[in-house]
Design a protein around this ligand. Structure first.
Ligand code: G4P
Length: 535
């Protein structure tokens, strides 16, 4: 098969959702279709519900693929599918955001009863900024749910994207009986069952005009469907594939992952519309996936997966060219050449060593500490640099220091390495050489930091949470930051590139400080700072 054919058959996407919307269940059903697993429940079995600090590594072990592999891969009807894993809320961290950088499209999973929830909103924002196509699957329609028009409004109002329903739930007052497919004008009704997803729901399918459905559905349900559909056709958005590709319109599907209703039609339509690996921007040029030269970027590092061996696996997304086992590549950041040994891919339940891989694929390779998150690897003479990963504004902060001051060296080493992995964001505490300020987007990042410094570097941490929830990068516009007014309740720190950052408790205080310091500019991320301010 040619490189272009390999690229065309690949679909690499992430499922974004709030915990409990049914991501594990949907993933499992997709894997079942691909034949990658044979038994419903095998993905779920690895899910743990409680995350105690002390058993973090145990969690890693038990969950196997769901935490450490980052990607699940299977084939379905000529497509090669890579599902990127974005862990649920207990695990919520910058890792989750960064994984989205490796996706070509996203599936936004929403619980029909709950609508758009907090976590979905956060993850959605990252996808929207990247301009990747977003597909919506409204799950659990076998259960009581909200009005579909309300959900469309909510998506538009909260997320700023229009939704185009590909199908429509049939029923009244939130009690649904099936779906209507708008493209084929067919109805599929499911039979209620009580097996809690043990069985695929039996269903009746046919043309919407078929009088059978008038009988099967009660008169008012049938009429309401007809009314809804004509309202959608007349007043709803038209289907514009260009808008879907640019992430301005989201095709919306209704279904039920648990009872496997509407999952297969979703998968098939999704595969038709979702993009194959696309050209990617670098600082130098735009890289076509079909280019002969291999390029990839690191989006995740998992160190000490096996604590006995201190191994470190670097996950990279291939952007162009063909990858071959043992190939030598240039590492842009260090200028070294590196041989990519023991490349691994991850089937549903096991890791395998692979011989080759193509754009869109994710591979994991062992690394001795050279590579960092966001780094570029490439072959050929021309330098390639994928742009820096965006910095995600941290919302949680803590001051940390080594309990034992004699362990300062190990503490520094540990912090440097964990910062390189992107485990937390580290800030310099202007008043002290002994302590650092760390920032995170999720609670688990702190737990992991504490656990890993102790177990991998032998350092016990003293950690004090700080009452801040907002970080603003400061552009001084030629003023001395010491002249800033009304910042007694805030704290000034420096990020790893020596840029000044103000930590603040709440929105109200932020506005207060901004008003009183008109000479300074306050940016939500360092990417927004003017270049000269960075240098
Ligand atoms: P997550 O990964 O997004 O956190 O969600 P997960 O798949 O674990 O699903 C969360 C709960 O929602 C599970 O119930 C699951 O069975 C249920 N669920 C998923 N899809 C559907 C659906 O289409 N319809 C209905 N009615 N429920 C669905 P649980 O009680 O927490 O777990 P379990 O006892 O089912 O294992």
């Amino acid at each position: 098969m040619s490189l272009i054919e390999e690229i065309n058959k690949r679909r690499t996407f992430a499922i974004i959702s709030h915990p409990d919307a049914g991501k594990t269940t949907l993933t499992e059903k997709l894997l079942l279709y691909g034949g990658a697993i044979h038994l419903a429940g095998s993905v779920k079995a690895r899910k743990t519900t409680k995350h105690a600090v002390s058993d973090w590594m145990e969690i890693e072990k038990q969950r196997g693929i769901s935490v450490t592999s980052s990607v699940l891969q299977f084939d379905y009807e000529g497509h090669h599918i890579n599902i990127l894993d974005t862990p649920g809320h207990q695990d919520f961290s910058e890792d989750t955001y960064r994984t989205l950088m490796a996706a070509d499209s996203a599936v936004m999973l929403i619980d029909v009863a709950k609508g758009v929830e907090a976590q979905t909103k956060k993850l959605f924002r990252v996808c929207k900024e990247r301009g990747i196509p977003i597909f919506t699957f409204v799950n659990k329609i076998d259960h009581f749910g909200r009005n579909p028009f309300d959900l469309m409004d909510e998506i538009e109002n909260l997320l700023g994207i229009h939704a185009y329903p590909m199908n429509w739930p049939i029923g009244l007052n939130g009690s649904y009986q099936g779906i209507y497919d708008r493209e084929t004008a067919t109805i599929e009704l499911f039979e209620k069952d009580t097996s809690h997803g043990q069985h695929k729901l039996a269903s009746t399918k046919g043309s919407a005009d078929d009088p059978v459905f008038r009988e099967l559905l009660e008169e008012d349900v049938h009429q309401s469907l007809i009314d809804d559909i004509s309202l959608l056709d007349e007043a709803g958005d038209t289907f514009d594939f260009e808008k879907v590709k640019n992430g301005q319109l989201t095709p919306m599907f209704f279904g039920s992952a648990m009872t496997n209703f509407g999952v297969k039609p979703f998968l098939e339509k999704f595969l038709k519309m979702a993009p194959q690996p696309q050209p990617r921007k670098t600082l130098e040029t735009i890289i076509d996936p079909a280019s002969e030269e291999f390029t990839s970027f690191v989006f995740k590092i998992q160190a000490n997966m096996n604590p006995q061996h201190h191994d470190r696996i670097v996950f990279m997304r291939i952007c162009s060219g063909k990858f071959e086992k043992g190939m030598t590549v240039n590492h842009r950041q260090s200028g070294k050449t590196i041989r990519l040994m023991q490349p691994q891919q991850f089937l549903a339940t096991e890791r395998t060593i692979i011989d080759d891989a193509y754009p869109g694929d994710i591979i994991g390779v062992f690394d001795n500490g050279t590579m960092g998150v966001g780094d570029t690897l490439y072959t050929g003479k021309k330098k390639v640099t994928f742009a820096d990963f965006p910095v995600f504004p941290p919302e949680l902060f803590a001051r940390i220091r080594a309990k034992d001051t004699m362990k300062r060296k190990q503490f520094l080493k540990g912090m440097t390495q964990l910062a390189q992995e992107g485990a937390v964001q580290i800030f310099e505490n202007l008043g002290s050489m002994e302590s650092y300020i760390v920032g995170a987007v999720g609670e688990l990042q702190f737990e992991v930091l504490e656990y890993r410094l102790k177990h991998e570097y032998g350092v016990d941490l003293e950690m004090n949470r700080l009452p801040f929830s907002i970080a603003r990068w400061i552009q001084d516009n030629g003023h001395d930051y010491k002249e800033m007014k009304n910042i007694d309740s805030a704290m000034i720190v420096k990020d790893n590139k020596q840029r000044l950052v103000l930590l603040i408790s709440n929105e109200w205080q932020t506005n207060w400080i901004i008003e009183r310091n008109p000479g300074f500019t306050f940016c939500t991320t360092p990417d927004n700072l003017k270049r000269e301010a960075e240098e």
